[in-house]
Design a protein around this ligand. Structure first.
Ligand code: PLP
Length: 428
């Protein structure tokens, strides 16, 4: 741990002066302390400008936008895929933006289950009990559709501490079941922020003759990836978290070149070979790229902000962003240690095992989160006891981190959270 960290605002300001990223002026932050970019990133002037650009095109060109837009809307999914490829470490034709993350899990897990069936091989899917629930819902549905009992075919690796997963336990599950078709894991756990080793899990899956797929929702835009180099078979992610592309923004997917040309589980005309799509043949010819996993018409208004955000990422560089993110989470962790002794750190201390947010655990987590929001500190709560704080380096400073922790200190000291109601329903 960094033993040079000093308490106090002045030290935080010094760190900010020395920081390599500071694009706060390019973001609209509805509250001063916005530390929830791992859930919904804020609007930037770049995203807004590009959304306006597409609205202008729509107003001025109408349907001609499909061919004459800049870039043409017809190829918008592929165009953004190309721009994203270096950010996820893929070849240009291996990435496309399409659908939602949940839909992409459906179509990709479905496609790779079909691959296994064609080979006459096992179709179990290894997941874990810390997963984001939608991943399990979608995989179970894909198993059911194929007449496979999800209770038998979904192999759930269990966490030992309710926070993190050991790779050894994934290996043990692979050893125990000789009919595994897919290992499907997150890159970063949504609750604890643990970062898994994508390369090593991919190698493990391949050694056991299974496919390796990943949900990168909590790492895309927060750190570099090397999907192609690591030989990952497929991946999905969303753009509304670290990439700030807007609520419900179009999602992204990656399919290794080896599988281009295979039939997508959820086929649709937007995944048809582009040159002949408008011949309107009733037989489907998949595009020979990840573009085949698009389904219906690309939602241009939900994709346009992403193009603006990618300008920002190109400008800063994903490696620099990760470096500053690690520095910020390290600083936050040391403040949790020093200033919040009654809280438990739920996130690994080793930066190589940590994503972009920090999990702070307290039995009164729910009400503390409510009190923080009332103080203008936007973080979020995840059941049963986790307050997630995300110092996204694009717009969160060291001073913000210091201030957020001091608000939390005050809420604990004065038991401010007791003024708030116990947990109800709704979005947290
Ligand atoms: C945010 C998130 C999703 C969201 O899926 P949507 O289809 O966009 O609602 C899925 N999986 C993980 C791991 C996530 O963190």
């Amino acid at each position: 741990m960094d033993d040079e960290i000093e308490l106090g605002c002045e030290y935080a300001q010094q760190r900010d002066d020395a920081a390599s990223v500071n694009l706060r002026d390019r973001f609209y932050l509805p509250d001063d302390l916005y530390l929830d970019g791992n859930s919904l990133g804020p609007l930037s002037t770049d995203a807004e400008r590009n959304l306006q650009h597409v609205v202008d095109e729509w107003r001025e060109r109408g349907i001609q936008g499909w061919t004459d837009g800049e870039p043409p809307w017809f190829h918008y999914g592929e165009h953004l895929g190309k721009r994203l490829a270096p950010i996820v470490g893929a070849r240009e034709d291996e990435v496309v933006v399409a659908n939602s993350t949940t839909v992409n899990i459906h179509t990709l897990v479905g496609t790779f289950l079909d691959q296994r069936a064609e080979l006459g091989r096992g179709q179990k899917v290894i997941v874990n009990d810390l997963d984001f629930p939608t991943d399990h819902y979608a995989i179970r549905a894909q198993l059911r559709i194929r007449g496979l009992d999800p209770d038998e075919h979904l192999v759930i690796v269990e966490s030992h501490d309710g926070r993190t997963l050991r790779e050894d336990d994934i290996a043990a599950a692979l050893d125990e079941h000789d009919d595994v078709g897919i290992v499907f894991m997150p890159s970063v756990f949504y609750r604890s922020g643990q970062l898994l080793d994508i390369k090593s899990i991919t190698d493990l899956a391949h050694e056991h003759d299974a496919f390796a797929g990943f949900d990168l929702a909590h790492s895309v835009g927060a750190m570099p990836h090397s999907l192609a180099e690591n030989d990952v078979d497929f991946a999905v992610w969303c753009h509304y978290k670290y990439l700030n592309a807007g609520p419900g923004a179009i999602a992204g997917l990656y399919v290794h070149r080896d599988y281009h040309g295979e039939l997508p589980a959820l086929a649709g005309w937007w995944g048809h070979e582009k040159d002949t799509q408008f011949e309107m043949q009733l037989t489907y010819t998949p595009a020979h790229s990840a573009g085949a996993w698009q389904i219906g018409t690309v939602p241009i208004l939900s994709a346009a902000p992403l193009a603006g955000v990618l300008d920002i990422i190109d400008e800063v560089g994903i490696k620099t962003l990760r470096e500053q993110s690690v520095a910020l989470t390290e600083y936050l962790i040391s403040l949790v240690d020093e200033r919040l002794p009654e809280c438990t750190l739920g996130t690994p201390r080793d930066p190589a095992q940590r994503g972009g947010h920090v999990a702070i655990e307290h039995p009164e987590g729910y009400r503390i989160n409510e009190a923080l929001k009332a103080h203008g500190v936007i973080v979020d709560f995840r059941s049963p006891n986790v307050i997630r704080m995300c110092p996204s380096p694009l717009y969160v400073s060291f001073e913000d981190v210091w201030d957020a922790v001091e608000h939390l200190r005050e809420i604990l000291d004065e038991r401010v959270y007791e003024q708030f109601e116990e947990r109800g329903g709704g979005v947290t």
